[in-house]
Design a protein around this ligand. Structure first.
Ligand code: 6R9
Length: 667
């Protein structure tokens, strides 16, 4: 029996390894929100009015007059003349039907009793009280409120309270440094901050107010600070006293118990929030999103791509401090009136079963996470998910970086049991929501390729002169027409907005929208079916002897070698080749980082891409330097490869690893 079982397993692995196209499972298609393949043609013919359907997902105080105003490119405006409120759309309008249904399922750390179910009615009450608190503090319409909190319920509650009173929020990821907080508050001229005393990480209380105060010392203007009490008496040891301009959130709430605040009517194009994201140069970019276009985009993609229905329990394992959490934990799912989960902890605390326990306990319908997490799960082994009933999962999603086919297939088999389609969603902070992905009830899936552009989008892969490249050839991803969820500008910096995203492929003197092309700075290739494989940031391109090599292609080859869990490659200066490939590799448990493994990796790369991509050095490491959103900081690995002083490590989740890798590289 056992033997037969393992034979089956082997056969399955072999079959999957060779398969490069997967039909969406029948059981999924039968119930999917979108199943008509005609949607692509229909949207193309009807552009830009095809986006009226997305706008119809929202409740408007006043109808819009124009779908798209493109009279002043690239400053496009959507649904102009319309008025609405995002908090009303995410809460109030669901009350007649869903008051007692969960809006948020919060799974906290570290004790079970910490979990909270927040119904739409409770969310309504708490958001109203929070809005009253902010108003009382002096926050007016269009004042930017900075939020510096981890994954606690008060984060989405205060975000929605801001939206209710028309005050844009600027969420700074809680793991970011004091300096990052100060830079963002200064750049946004933000005079209000909501933070917390501390939070738990792997069961231990962590002092957050200390870091907040260090940051505040570098803010150039006065700030009123509200402090949420997350730790209770577990934070006593930190010995903080609140300063005069710092207020305890619970005290303020006590003064506003049962308060209601009318949602402010916002113009479609009024700012909903700012989100700072890193650019290639030092200063972070303040990406500005507006109310109607962003909300319509996140609601429509949540429905069409994530297949969310009101009765679902939907689990996105990202952090709200990242755009994925804004769009696909808070705004999109709540606009649809579903139950959105938020998880405070890490996937391997207290055990490597944590995520699977949660999915089983809450019977989650969707799981949306990042390839980096999937590769960790793969490295830990399938015995952890296997101990749990994951059959509630109807759809799986990935976001944040390209996913290599091996990780895709592992996810498909061991988490989805071959019954849940995977959506590999390419998008950015700047795009507001999904851009390139399959529609799970319509398209076949090709592991490693995100899929076609969504209906109504004109995505083309071009060469340096802006001409479309041949199928299969690497080029630059561009978006040739505007879309509702797009960023409107970089805050207070229209010039940089044009410089960063448009100048490369546009005629910047022209008033004709046809002459304006959005450039997200990603490399990609497209196949005969219009499926786009994103190769990575174009600053991730390595130039070896005049050949452009995508780090992603090489990494994918390395990860294809048995025993390899994860890899990052960078270009190091090389006398002969210009640049040479340096590989940093994490092995699966039970494998040795020896010469044999090194040879297998070199051979794997030569086989997949050719000798040109042969790594100059292979360094084995237990971890790679990663940002909080899970992106490998290749820049730092480059510094190591080139034996240079290390650049800024402040946004790393594991800064110690960098010196560790440097030590190994010197061996
Ligand atoms: C949502 C988010 C954006 C950059 C983007 C690209 C990379 C995101 C991807 C992907 C390949 C995917 N990226 N999703 N690359 N396949 N499915 O991640 O936003 O943090 O702004 O990063 O992430 O390089 O340009 P953001």
């Amino acid at each position: 029996m056992t033997d037969e079982g393992s034979n089956d397993d082997v056969e399955l692995e072999v079959r999957l390894a060779e398969q490069d196209e997967f039909e969406p499972p029948e059981s999924f298609v039968e119930q999917a929100n979108v199943t008509d393949a005609g949607i692509y043609e229909e949207f193309e013919e009807n552009w830009p009015d095809c986006w009226e359907g997305a706008a119809d997902l929202l409740s408007w105080d006043e109808d819009y007059e124009t779908v798209l105003d493109d009279s002043n490119p690239p400053f496009y405006e959507w649904f102009t003349g319309g008025k609405l409120n995002a908090s009303y759309n995410c809460i109030d309008r669901h009350l007649p039907e869903r008051a007692d249904e969960a809006a948020l399922e919060w799974v906290g750390e570290p004790v079970e009793e910490d979990n909270r179910t927040i119904t739409y009615e409770e969310l309504h009450r708490e958001v109203n009280e929070a809005a009253a608190v902010l108003r009382d503090l002096g926050v007016g319409e269009d004042d930017i409120v900075t939020l510096y909190m981890p994954m606690i319920p008060q984060l989405p509650i205060v975000m929605l309270a801001c939206a209710r009173i028309g005050a844009p929020h600027s969420v700074v990821f809680a793991g970011f440094s004091a300096e990052a907080l100060a830079t963002r508050m200064n750049a946004a001229d933000s005079e209000y901050l909501v933070t917390c005393d501390g939070y738990y990480r792997r069961g231990d209380p962590l002092d957050h107010l200390e870091k907040t105060n260090t940051g505040l010392a570098d803010v150039e203007h006065g700030v009123d600070t509200v402090v949420v009490d997350r730790l209770g008496s577990n934070g006593d040891d930190f010995g903080h006293d609140l300063a005069d301009d710092q207020h305890d959130y619970d005290d303020l709430l006590a003064d506003h118990e049962g308060a209601t605040v009318e949602p402010v009517e916002r113009d479609a194009e009024d700012m909903l929030f700012l989100m700072y994201t890193s650019g290639t140069t030092g200063q972070p970019k303040g990406v500005k999103h507006t109310t109607a276009g962003y909300l319509a985009w996140t609601a429509w993609t949540s429905q069409s791509v994530l297949d969310i229905k009101p009765e679902d329990t939907y689990f996105c394992a990202a952090d709200i401090g990242w755009i994925t959490g804004h769009s696909y934990i808070v705004y999109g799912p709540l606009a649809l009136g579903t139950t959105s989960m938020m998880y405070e902890g890490t996937p391997d605390y207290p055990t490597r079963e944590r995520l699977w326990e949660i999915i089983e306990a809450y019977e989650a319908d969707q799981l949306y996470t990042a390839p980096t997490a999937i590769r960790s799960f793969m490295k830990w082994g399938e015995e952890y998910p296997e101990r749990h009933d994951l059959s509630s999962l109807r759809l799986l999603g990935t976001v944040g970086e390209p996913i290599n086919p091996r990780a895709w297939k592992w996810y498909y088999t061991h988490i989805g049991n071959e019954e849940a389609p995977i959506v590999d969603t390419w998008w950015q902070t700047e795009t507001g929501g999904h851009m390139v992905t399959t529609l799970p009830g319509v398209n076949d899936m090709k592991p490693g390729s995100a899929g076609p552009a969504l209906p109504g989008l004109d995505v083309q892969i071009v060469d340096t002169s802006g001409e479309a490249v041949e199928q299969g050839r690497a080029g630059y991803l561009t978006v040739q027409k505007p879309w509702p969820g797009m960023l409107r500008t970089l805050y207070n910096n229209d010039e940089r907005f044009i410089e960063e995203y448009w100048a490369e492929y546009s005629d910047t003197d022209s008033d004709d929208p046809e002459d304006w092309v959005y450039f997200p700075e990603d490399g990609a290739k497209v196949d005969e079916d219009g499926y786009i494989t994103v190769l990575g940031r174009v600053d991730d391109v390595i130039n070896v002897s005049g050949h452009r090599l995508g780090t992603m292609e090489i990494e994918s080859a390395i990860v294809g070698v048995e025993g390899v869990a994860e890899a990052a490659v960078v270009g190091g200066e090389h006398d002969l080749k210009g640049e040479a490939v340096y590989a940093y590799v994490i092995l699966e448990e039970g494998y040795e980082g020896d010469d044999e493994m090194r040879a297998a990796i070199v051979e794997g790369v030569e086989d997949a891409i050719g000798p040109i991509a042969r790594p100059e050095a292979v360094v084995f490491t237990p971890e790679l330097p990663k940002t909080r959103s899970g992106k490998i900081m290749r820049r730092l690995l480059e510094d190591i490869a080139n034996d240079e002083e290390l650049g800024d490590t402040s946004t790393l989740q594991n800064p110690e690893i960098v010196e560790d890798i440097r030590g190994k590289s010197d061996d």
